[in-house]
Design a binder for this molecule. Structure first.
Ligand code: MN
Length: 318
């Protein structure tokens, strides 16, 4: 999915602290529109730009889709990141410039590693009609792989752990002795928590963590965390107690604090503006860098980065 990140979403690095002690910071998600679907953007937010290498988190839907209209996010480019797609309801079709064509359903993971360049589209499946709801997340790639080749993975075989109150599905990394087979390039974890009772969840005290609730609500030290917010937990915890009053679904994100200062603009995760300028120019000119996606949806255009000098609008000859 496309995540048009702008300066509202991505404040400067000065806003990005990694408290070394446990904390509970609750930030309000920002309502946005991606394709034709309403999303609640939990990351990046002012004051909380990343959690480990996780740098983007949209809770999309619930929305009604048909056989012919779904996310309807046309071809768009990415650099320097992995896209993680995780549905809790519905189906969507992923197509990319590697030639991948993959329907995703709840319980399955679509993971696209952009390396230096990839483009993709998210479409209706041609047969699913009903509700669509899920999460789209990005992970910033480390220096060692961010210029590498693009790769697409689909995982329908993710491991689960029973926590005595929750079924934990491990999307990425390892958690409660279960290891995801999906690729990750820096120390991190992503876990779907399907809670039917209050429980205690194991954490790595050297990592920072956050929770995004999709359904229900989680009580954290007596404070409720409902959908539409990010609950940032800081570092230094070996476990956390999650209290619930009814069935609850949440995503736990965690990882080693990501120390490289990143520049996020539109669909690009870079280290400086020159890299963004180059990626923007390649997409605007449709050169070969981002390949081609076999999609009937129109390419997503974008304006030039805000730091580029504005040119006078072209005079229409009429
Ligand atoms: Mn995308």
């Amino acid at each position: 999915m496309s995540g048009p990140v702008n300066t509202v979403d991505a404040p400067t690095a000065a806003d990005c602290s990694h408290p070394s002690a446990p904390c509970l910071e609750v930030s309000e998600s920002r309502e946005a529109q991606v394709g034709r679907i309403r999303v609640r953007r939990a990351l990046p937010r002012k004051g909380r730009r990343m959690v480990g290498a996780w740098c983007f988190a949209d809770h999309m839907g619930p929305a009604d889709v048909t056989e012919n209209s779904g996310l309807d996010v046309g071809p768009h480019p990415h650099i320097g990141l992995q896209t993680v797609t995780w549905l809790i309801d519905g189906e969507a079709l992923h197509r990319d410039s590697l030639g991948s064509e993959q329907v995703i359903k709840p319980g399955e993971l679509n993971l696209m590693t952009s390396g230096g360049a990839v483009s993709h589209a998210e479409e209706a499946t041609g047969h699913y009609r009903g509700t669509l709801e899920g999460l789209q997340l990005w992970i910033a790639l480390p220096e060692s792989t961010r210029h590498g080749h693009a790769v697409f993975e689909h995982r329908a075989d993710l491991p689960q752990a029973e926590l005595g109150g929750a079924v934990a599905t491990v999307l990425l990394g390892d958690f409660a002795d279960q290891v995801s087979p999906a690729r990750h390039d820096s120390p991190l974890v992503g876990v779907d928590l399907n809670l039917h009772d209050s429980c205690t969840v194991p954490l790595n005290p050297e990592w920072e963590y956050a929770l995004v609730v999709m359904e229900g609500a989680i009580g954290l030290a007596g404070k409720p965390l409902p959908p539409g917010k990010l609950g940032y937990l800081g570092q230094g915890r070996s476990e956390i107690r999650l209290d619930i009053a009814g069935p609850t679904r949440a995503l736990l994100l965690g990882g080693e604090p990501f120390e490289d200062p990143i520049v996020m603009w539109w669909n690009f995760v870079a280290r400086n503006r020159e890299e963004v300028d180059a990626a923007y120019a390649s997409w605007a000119n449709q050169d070969d860098r981002f390949g081609r996606v076999r999609s009937n949806l129109p390419l997503i255009p974008t304006k030039a980065p805000f730091w580029q000098p504005t040119r006078p609008p072209r005079q229409d000859r009429s």
